[in-house]
Design a binder for this molecule. Structure first.
Ligand code: NAD
Length: 248
């Protein structure tokens, strides 16, 4: 199997670091043109440098995924530069480590804006762009947190449950347009997002994993490369769990 995304254009929200940046690298190395957005100008510039050093063609832009205007503007720029979009990855997210009822309403709303509203806005934009190419793929970041109780991040878990459900429904809604919709369920991946948690509770988090280690960002990106490719043409409305065998 020789996976190629030659002639494809991939948008990755939150592609400036962690899992998103790794997806950008792996998809880019396999032929796709890449577009990333994030919140921090310096992270965007850093990511662009890293990707270009690997010979990857990339457009990077500051855009807040919870802001419809900014995301539309970003997508329009991508279309202008590359002529269209084929793969859209709703990857950006935040993970506030706080008990659900200790949150302020404002923080709750911000979390849902960034983790859930962004998937609604992103998928709406993606539908319009992908239909112009007669089809494509949308991939959403869910989480293991959505399917188990969480004392430390209950609201985050709820946002990812919403993403889980949205992915299933969007797959049904968009299948007639030749758009596949999939999700990934990372367990514990070694990124900035859970650095603090891993530093504080390493044993408690790692011990229940069958493989007794956190995953790498590449271990998320490569399975997604397959899912985005033509080899996965009959797969939609489902998730790939990348967890090292959680709670075995
Ligand atoms: P990360 O914190 O390292 O990176 C998150 C990215 O999202 C960054 O590029 C950041 O700039 C971007 N982002 C955040 N808010 C944004 C906003 N409002 N607008 C635009 N960009 C924004 O996180 P990660 O570990 O790479 O996680 C990526 C995705 O995978 C997230 O959705 C996360 O919830 C999910 N996930 C991660 C893990 C894990 O173990 N790392 C586990 C389960 C799910």
């Amino acid at each position: 199997m020789n996976i190629s995304l030659e002639d494809k254009v991939t948008v990755i929200t939150g592609g400036t670091r962690g899992i998103g940046l790794s997806i950008a690298k792996v998809f880019g190395e396999n032929g796709s043109k890449i577009a990333i957005c994030g919140r921090s100008e310096s992270n965007i510039n850093h990511a662009i440098k890293e990707l270009e050093a690997d010979g990857i063609e990339v457009l990077g832009m500051k855009a807040d995924v919870s802001n419809e205007k900014e995301l539309i503007n970003f997508a329009d720029e991508v279309e202008k530069k590359y002529g269209g979009i084929d793969i859209w990855i709703n990857n950006a997210g935040i993970y506030p480590l706080v008990k659900m009822l200790d949150m302020s309403l404002q923080d709750w709303e911000q979390l849902f804006d960034i983790n859930v509203k962004s998937v609604f806005i992103g998928s709406k934009i993606a539908k319009e762009k992908l239909m112009k190419r007669k089809g494509g793929v949308i991939i959403n970041a869910a989480s293991f947190a959505s399917i188990m109780p969480s004392v430390t991040a209950g609201a985050y878990a709820a946002t990812k449950s919403a993403v889980y459900s949205m992915t299933k429904s969007l797959a049904a809604e968009l299948a007639p347009h030749n758009i596949r919709v999939l999700g990934y369920i990372p367990g514990v991946i070694d990124t900035e997002m859970n650095k603090k948690l891993l530093e504080k509770n390493n044993k408690a988090i790692i011990d229940p994993l069958a493989m007794k280690r956190a995953g790498t960002v590449e271990e998320v990106a490569y399975p997604l490369l397959f899912l985005a490719s033509e080899y996965a043409s009959y797969i939609t409305g489902t998730f790939i769990e990348i967890s090292g065998g959680k709670f075995c």
